[in-house]
Structure formats: structure tokens, C-alpha cells
Ligand binder design. Structure first.
Ligand SMILES: [Zn+2]
Length: 139
């Protein structure tokens, strides 16, 4: 009887070890990055992030979030970073030209403000057109 049960245990151990070595595709809960990982690794990562699999970069960001705000629960840190990634994906990644234009417009605006505050005493130059460079989307 005991021999049989130990045989079964051995079999189960063998079975689970081969399952752990099985390479699976894991998808990052935050940025959607797909990575091939062993099942064992996926399980470890998931258990560290409340059952959610996150890629290496995102887990670093989650860790940093926890470091900055130690009272944050791990699942809150994960969902905070997921929201950040989704925002990033819906703006910068889908429309890099648009966000680049926005960023450049901001920089142009700021440098214009900086220049105008610096040149307060200088004689005013009348300008009929805006100095903000126009960005041609056709290129
Ligand atoms: Zn990720």
C-alpha cells in the first residue's frame, strides 16, 4: 500500500516538474507584452503580484511605486501602473506624431514664455504670426 502511494507521489512530482518546465506565453497585465516563460516562473511572478503576470519592466515600475508609497497595496500598485500603460498605449504608441506634436508645442510654448519673460525690458517687436512652428503631418 505504502509502495503504491510513494509511486503515485513520485509520479505526481515528476508530472508537476514537467508542467513547471513547460514553456507558455504569458501576457503582461500592464503593458500587454507577451513573453515565453516556463509555467513555474509564471506561477512565481503571479504569486508576487496578486495573481497577475507582469513583465520585467512593469514589475520594476510596480516595485518603484511600492518603494515611493510603501502603504500602497500590491494590487493597487499593479493597477496604477496598468492605467499608466493604457494611457501610454492609447496616446503615444497609437499616435506618436500627435503626442510628439503636443510635446513640441508645449516646449515651444514654454520657451516662448521664457523668452518673453526674459525680454520684458527689451523693446517689443510686433509680430503678426505665431512663432510656434507648424508641424506638417503629411511627412
Ligand atoms: Zn509589462
Amino acid at each position: 500500500m505504502s509502495d503504491v502511494s510513494s509511486e503515485i507521489e513520485k509520479y505526481i512530482a515528476l508530472e508537476s516538474s514537467t508542467v513547471d518546465d513547460q514553456v507558455m506565453q504569458a501576457e503582461c497585465e500592464c503593458c500587454g507584452l507577451k513573453e515565453d516563460c516556463t509555467k513555474g516562473y509564471i506561477t512565481i511572478v503571479k504569486s508576487c503580484h496578486c495573481g497577475k503576470w507582469v513583465c520585467g519592466l512593469c514589475s520594476e515600475a510596480v516595485k518603484e511605486r511600492l518603494y515611493r508609497a510603501p502603504k500602497t497595496a500590491i494590487q493597487d500598485a499593479v493597477s496604477f501602473h496598468r492605467e499608466f500603460c493604457q494611457k501610454f498605449n492609447s496616446t503615444i504608441r497609437l499616435n506618436p506624431k500627435l503626442s510628439l506634436a503636443c510635446a513640441m508645442r508645449d516646449i515651444a510654448k514654454r520657451s516662448h514664455e521664457y523668452r518673453s519673460s526674459k525680454n520684458l525690458s527689451a523693446p517689443k517687436i510686433d509680430r503678426s504670426t505665431s512663432c510656434v512652428p507648424k508641424i506638417d503631418f503629411k511627412h
